[in-house]
Unconditional design. Sequence first.
Length: 483
Amino acid sequence: MRGRTLSAGTALAVFAGMTVTLAAQPVTAAPHTTTTVARPIAAPAAALAAPDISVTNVQAHLTQFNSIATSNGGNRRAGSAGYTASLSYVKTRLQSAGYTVSEQYCSSCTYPSNNLIAEWPGGPSDQVVMFGAHLDGVSAGPGINDNGTGSATLLENALVLAAQNPTMTKRVRFAWWTDEEQGLNGSRFYVNSLNATQRGYIKGYYNFDMVGSTNGGYFINRVTSTTAAPLKAYWDSLGLQPEENVEGQGRSDDYYFQQAGIPTSGYAAGASARKTSAQAAKWGGTANSAYDPCYHRACDTTANVSATVLNRSADGVAYALWQLAVGGGTPGCAGGQVIGNGGFESGSTPWTASSGVITNSSSQPARTGSYKAWLNGYGSTRTETLSQSVTVPAGCASYTLSFWLHVDTAETTGSTAYDKLTVQVGSTTLATYSNLNAAAGYVQRSFGVAGLAGQTVTLRFTGTEDASLQTSFVIDDVALQAS
């Protein structure tokens, strides 16, 4: 963990990156201003039971990090030989397990060196759940609790995911950051390198910094948030009564993700702050003593780790990962997301749409990312369509079509449906919405579509508007999940 607290006003520079040029919505539309509803990360209904993560295996990784430090001047500071060897150890294990692994050179870091990014090749590429930990330590010692524990916890979780190879409902991306101890520089460089589309794909970032403190507590970043729910659910199941990670706010790699509008959470066991009497009463340990007595010191070795805290953290990561990103894995089911470019962030392909429907116009904000599909909103007679041909796999237990719909209208009569949106799959009409469904934000609409199994059909949205008073039908995050 970084030792100095960041100012809450620290500016985040976001690179423009790749820009997709699409036709804008006509200026004659006069929709009301709306507010985007924050995207929760919900656990899939058919999630498999999470595996037990062997704390012995996690400790074996810590032993490797400690040996690397011993062989390289006693530390694993960013840019040092110890850091490079640590990155090589993690990278080699991930490549052998089948991950797509890349190194990102951080040219603006205090000690220029590489971030390590590993992605498991399953699940939709525009629905990413990300797990990260900083791999570097301070120059004073080997950095085993800070932050070998977070790094080893994610490495073992990544290896177990690869070994089990379950059906994925989301893409899982792991990251090991450099130069955290000098100011969160590696993760800042990564976030700044993402364009708006790429940031929109990341539905949650989970950070793990010091998860084995010997006098530790059980802390969760933004503990009451929807993003934190699976992490909290696991520790709640153990009766641990986790608390907000007050000490760690703004001091670790979740900071720049949060500043970029990406939902964040994570586990921590505490650093140099002191355990209170109330915390000692419910968690054990010594009151009025530091959570980690060897924080940023030479004694931060493998002896400076609580196996109990580490085990609970590693298993909690697995629980969250499985809840967020793993499907039911029905035998014979080639499941996952069937819709292509469901968030509209990758241009128009494979959608077919009326001119101007897929847009990044700020007059109607997207639910996530920058782009969405905006049908109608002209205040004049008009029909617009949005469609995609999809092949639905056979042999799955569950098929759910969902999308998020915002209806904005200037119609004032409360009982007449003047303007309509019809949703069809093949020749079947699933639903019709109208100006009567107007709402302040996006509302998720879901349908069981098991009858489509094994078919190739067209999903079609058709918006019709009468001669006066606009109604806008704004659609985002379309998904057809088979599992």
